[in-house]
Design a protein around this ligand. Structure first.
Ligand code: G1P
Length: 297
């Protein structure tokens, strides 16, 4: 039996410049898909995978995130008094156990690898997960849970993987596969944001990782890579050929790139349509919109 993965790191220090001016005063991770902030989707996924300790790597201007995870006794009492019990239940579901959350500041934006390294003392000497909240994944079985299950078989390091259009590969970490076992692949190389002609495949890394603490030792060396940043991809690649190895899991589910405006809008539509309380009204509106646009053409 492998050691359980109970800690997850959430790198949330980014400035969110793509969503300015909204992100002038609210962290990107608090922006809502329907009625839940992005970060809530990441937390729910982590909880479903058995994560018990949540480590946020933050930066200046992110205090709204800390408030979001605090209990809200006034709100709870108000809902109780009004008999809004369903809403109360929903609110309580977002409460986190005391001591389950830790916040660490990344003082300089030196890259994703550096952000994870900032959490090293809280991670300690055990396998851990990393979740990038920008990547929202709708799946019957949450993506990280799929990975934890696969990790029980493989051990080592594991990244979520997804085929992308070849012309899009240079926006991702890209895997070079040595053995394709169907949903699982064994990795023999990883390149962060390769030029189109250098991409070893179109199998891209999506923002879910299960990593061994050895990756943190590599990050200690602080070598910068693509874009002059300290890349997590490079540190993971350092484990290829080592005793633990690196695997990719083609997860089952739909991934939305909520770090981009188009991706965020797509996620909003998809999540809106998947909600029983909104589906009918929202799909009627969308149908009407599409027909009127067609008619105008
Ligand atoms: C990060 C990682 C990259 C990965 C991507 C997935 O890049 O560095 O390897 O493919 O997330 O979303 P970013 O999108 O933060 O530039």
């Amino acid at each position: 039996m492998r050691r359980k993965v109970t800690k997850a790191v959430f790198p949330v220090a980014g400035l969110g410049t793509r969503f300015l001016p909204a992100t002038k005063s609210i962290p990107k991770e608090i922006m809502t898909l329907v009625d839940r902030p992005l970060i809530q989707y990441a937390i729910d996924e982590a909880r479903a995978a058995g994560i018990k300790e949540f480590i946020f790597v933050t930066s200046r201007g992110k205090s709204a995130l800390e408030d979001y995870f605090d209990h809200a006794p006034e709100l709870e009492t108000a809902l109780l008094n009004k008999g809004k019990l369903e809403m109360l239940e929903e609110l309580r579901d977002t409460n986190m156990d005391s001591g389950a959350i830790a916040y660490i500041r990344q003082h300089k934006a030196l890259g994703l690898g550096h952000a994870v390294w900032c959490a090293r003392r809280l991670i300690g000497n055990e396998p851990f997960a990393v979740i990038l909240p920008d990547d929202v994944i709708a799946a019957e079985k949450p993506c990280l849970q799929q990975m934890v299950e696969a990790y029980q078989e493989t051990g080592g390091n594991m990244v979520a993987a997804m085929e992308v259009l070849p012309e899009k590969a240079s926006a991702y970490g890209v895997l070079d596969v040595s053995e394709d076992m169907g949903s699982l692949v064994r990795v023999k190389g990883m390149v962060e944001k390769p030029k189109a002609e250098d991409a070893p495949s179109n199998l891209a890394v999506i923002g879910r990782y299960i990593l061994t603490p050895k990756v943190l030792n590599t990050l200690n060396k602080m070598k910068s890579g693509a874009g002059g940043e300290i890349q997590l991809t490079d540190a993971i690649a350092g484990e290829i050929g080592g005793e633990d190895g690196v695997f990719g899991l083609r997860f089952r589910g739909q991934r939305f790139d909520c770090g981009s405006k188009a991706g965020f809008l797509q996620a909003t539509v998809a999540f809106g349509l998947s909600r029983p309380d909104l589906r009918d009204e929202f799909s009627a509106y969308l149908n009407e919109l599409v027909s009127s646009q067609k008619a105008a053409q």
